[in-house]
Design a protein around this ligand. Structure first.
Ligand code: GMT
Length: 372
């Protein structure tokens, strides 16, 4: 098949899923064309069958900001025609679903549009009155809408009064890249052999990054430990301020955005993932694949990813004390940690291995094309 993928190129789960999906589809022999504003951050090396069509900013004094959306539609029209695409797959409803729909109308190439919802596109952005009607319309004109968890399916039905089928295609992980064995960075990160905790996110308020520091503070009062914070975003100044006021600056490493996160995750003992609302939680899945148990909340789709007591522990949102207790339990009981770490890896291999879910997307493409 010749596939067009519209996705965000910035750091974030939806862009990761789209990029990883494209890579694996290309390896299965499909031709994959990304149409993006900026270069997708997980597509760093050349891969056969992958083509990236970056949208260029159209500058004109009349425009306060370049109309990227229109340029992305134009680029998609061009790619649809020139490469005779069979299908468009929009990741993240706003604005890609509408963009794909407009491009097919303008191009005169009547191809199916599949929209994959990732969470914040419907819960925060799409549900906002600014974009509600536009998002609802985009879902209606898509030939198929998929979601990344059962939780998101329910939420989408309720928010948009959407009653067509919503196949759940979970996030997945390349278990060859995210693997437990690469511990090469550990001595650099914990030079004195301390326990190592990790957090990875875009530091938006819903990630509750301040809770990460509060949990770490409690753990740190009981035993030597360090924390690596991967990512960047609006909450970072507040987090740094809190770390400073608690005297933790020596023990917290703010690494900023990183292109290669697997060896950093694999070096850690426990991941802290205290989000208040998460449709799935890809970062947690990547940690589990590295054999790192996760302390998270029982909100949104997280319980579909983390089974409490098996591969990590779940608490209510904001239950900092409980999170710290679970973390300490894991750090202080080596046998328990080993058991959970092993189970986490096995669990990912059986439930979330990339090939399984990529095949599911491929099958869905074929079914949609047959019916179209
Ligand atoms: O978590 C974010 O803020 C980024 C966001 C995105 O769209 O890039 O992630 C969403 O999509 C991921 C991939 O499907 C999911 O694993 C995340 O859970 C989801 N984030 C939220 O629901 C908050």
């Amino acid at each position: 098949m010749k596939l067009g993928i519209l996705c965000h190129a910035t750091y974030g789960g939806s862009g990761v899923v789209a990029a990883e999906l494209g890579k694996l589809l290309a390896r299965r022999g499909h031709q994959v064309h990304f149409v993006t504003v900026g270069h997708p951050f997980r597509l760093t090396n050349y891969e056969p069958n992958i083509f990236v069509h970056e949208v260029t900013a159209f500058q004109y004094p009349l425009f306060k900001v370049p109309p990227y959306f229109l340029s992305q539609v134009t680029k998609t029209v061009e790619v649809l025609r020139q490469h005779q695409l069979d299908l468009l797959h929009a990741h993240y409803a706003v604005p890609h679903s509408l963009g794909a729909h407009l491009a097919r109308q303008i191009s005169g190439r009547n191809v199916p549009v599949i929209t994959t919802l990732h969470g914040t596109d419907t819960s925060l952005v799409g549900a906002h009155e600014e974009f509600y009607e536009l998002t609802r319309y985009s879902l209606q004109v898509s030939d198929l809408v998929t979601v990344v968890s059962n939780y998101l399916a329910r939420q989408t039905k309720d928010t948009f009064d959407f009653h067509r089928e919503l196949p759940v295609i979970y996030n997945f992980v390349d278990t060859e890249v995210f693997r437990p064995t690469d511990k090469s960075l550990r001595p650099k990160l914990t030079p004195r052999g301390e326990a190592l905790l990790v957090h990875l996110s875009n530091f938006r308020p819903l990630k509750r990054v301040l809770d990460v520091v509060k949990v770490f503070h409690k753990v740190r009062q009981q035993r030597p430990a360090r924390l690596i914070m991967i990512g960047d975003g609006p909450e970072k100044p507040a987090v740094e301020k809190l770390a400073n006021s608690l005297g933790l600056t020596e023990d917290i490493l703010f690494l900023g955005q990183q292109d290669t996160v697997a060896p950093l995750l694999a070096a850690a003992d426990v991941m802290l993932f205290p989000s208040c609302c998460e449709s799935f939680g890809l970062a947690a899945l990547e940690a589990l694949s590295c054999g790192v148990p996760v302390i998270a909340t029982n909100s949104g789709g997280i319980p579909e990813v983390i089974s409490h007591g098996e591969v990590g522990f779940l608490t209510g949102v904001g239950q900092v004390e409980e999170m710290a207790q679970y973390t300490l339990r894991l750090l202080n009981d080596q046998a328990l940690h080993k058991k959970m770490s092993h189970r986490a890896r096995e669990y990912v291999l059986t439930k979330f291995k990339a090939e399984r879910w990529v095949e599911r997307y491929e099958k869905i493409y074929q079914e949609v094309l047959q019916k179209f």
